[in-house]
Design a protein around this ligand. Sequence first.
Ligand code: MFK
Length: 568
Amino acid sequence: MAFFQAPPQLGNLYDDDALLREYVSRTLPAAMRAEVEPEYREIGALAGGELYRAQLADRENEPVLTQWDPWGHRIDHIEVSPLWKRAQVIAAERGLVAAGYEPRWGPHARVHQFVLNYLLNASLDVYSCPLAMTDGAARTLLDSGNQALVDHAVRRLLSRDPRTMWTSGQWMTERTGGSDVGQSETVARKDAEGQWRLYGTKWFTSATTSEMALTLARPEGNPPGSRGLALFYLELRDDDGLLRNIEVNRLKDKLGTRKVPTAELTLAGTPATLVAEPRDGVRAITPMLGLTRTWNTVCAASGMRRAVALACDFARKRRVFGEALVDKPLHVDTLAGMVAETDGACLMAFLLTEVLGRVEHARRAAGGGAQGAGDSYDERLLRALTSIAKLTTGKQAVAVASEALECFGGGGYIEDTGFPRLLADAQVLSIWEGTTNVLSLETLRALTEPGLLEAFAIEVHQRAGKATDPALAGAAQAAQTAVDRAALWAADAGEDRPRLEAGARRFAMTLGRALELALLVEHAAWCGSDGHGERATAAARRFAREAIDLTRDLDRAESDALLEGAGA
Ligand code: MFK
């Protein structure tokens, strides 16, 4: 009988995720757990079964832009994939954004929201993109103090009714680029009625099917640079459903995230509302940056878990050289490294959601917006942690997805298995919402505040210090030594800006990996005290064997020589 390879399958994504179940037990109060776990289990079954099958069946459906109707009218209609339409309904009904704002679970609201998203994300074809921006827009408007816009838009962004829920875009990137946003060329001008109108081109506008967007433009006469930009709110369509002086030039032909209708737009007098001051728009949109980077981190962890789950199931089914792959020592070694990286990324992602939840809960308790906040340790930690978590997990996600493709052999390189998408979709995670290098520099900036780096180091020491099992001692020590060396390097570099910048990525990545290792040790210590720590201890020990401390200075003259030889 001819041979046919059985493809890997997914089970219940909650029941099969030992780390997530342990994390939920460790972190959420028992009464809350009793209520939310049935939903996690239900969603785990949906995401690993019906939605995963729908995703494979939907593989070739991509968004389609129709610019003209049969009678010559410009319509710029974008039709999204069937799974995206379903995702829109699931997102509202499951509260994939709303759950983060509902006061019921107090400081745990964000953890709850992101457990839901972690479970669903990899089965919803990057619908996380509009959801992340929707979340970011809600936070930005709430922090802006613009009550009229809060009343008008935020309740729609946070609706649990698919008929009324809005999503939001975030339009920042122009032809001038997505990193140095201060170069933006879009101009804001008031018309005769005093209505602001925007003129310019937005080069990457993800999820152009959203109802509203937050965007940056320079009010005429303002100075150049980011201070002269202002933050604007706009609604894309009028009451007849027609775009308001917006032309969709084309959809972007991207490596991955193919289901996301990322477009290039011309704003030709688009009516818009000023969100806050007619300047300092970059500062005003930073809550959006924080939220989309948090989503990026959770989605990186979720994508890694998906890659590992498929690779592990494949290893059980695939037989080579007389044995299942899962019995081959070298393959086991490869998979184990992937699992340890994934566990570290997951704990980092959920730590970020914990801190975010605590910060927002404290703000709510203090009566609302961002004003008056910013002083607590959590608040100051959050900014640095957001960058460190995003840049660390973005790189891990690409590495694990790439390794997973290799685990499938040739099948990993064939589009209709669905596997190549794991890598193509992971690759964006280190590019959008701040590249690794931009976030490394942002980490330096966020940690220049007096005492914050020391506090970060204490955080790593305390978490790693929870290990009492001698089996964890080496891992704990590796985390503590790495963070200490990173802190020493920063102190030694002092005000030497070129040295700081050249080493910023190695510095930030060391902080990220040291914290992940400390979290793995802390988690293993908790699991051990609960009597089942073998798996978690193995994850910490395995992670510790990979590079944690990357801090070092490299010779600038040597780097220059290398670039010269390469034509730079
Ligand atoms: C699905 C489709 C996929 C398509 C492929 C993707 C292609 C790429 C798509 C994109 O391009 S997505 C857009 C991604 N872009 C970003 O995330 C922005 C990246 N750049 C940065 O993050 C820069 O650091 C930043 C734009 C913020 C630098 O801006 P500026 O012009 O140098 O301003 P500045 O002075 O650094 O910051 C302004 C204020 O914001 C300062 O506060 P003050 O006014 O009080 O001094 C900063 O401290 C504050 N700030 C900056 N970053 C912050 C922050 N505050 C809190 N958190 C932060 N992260």
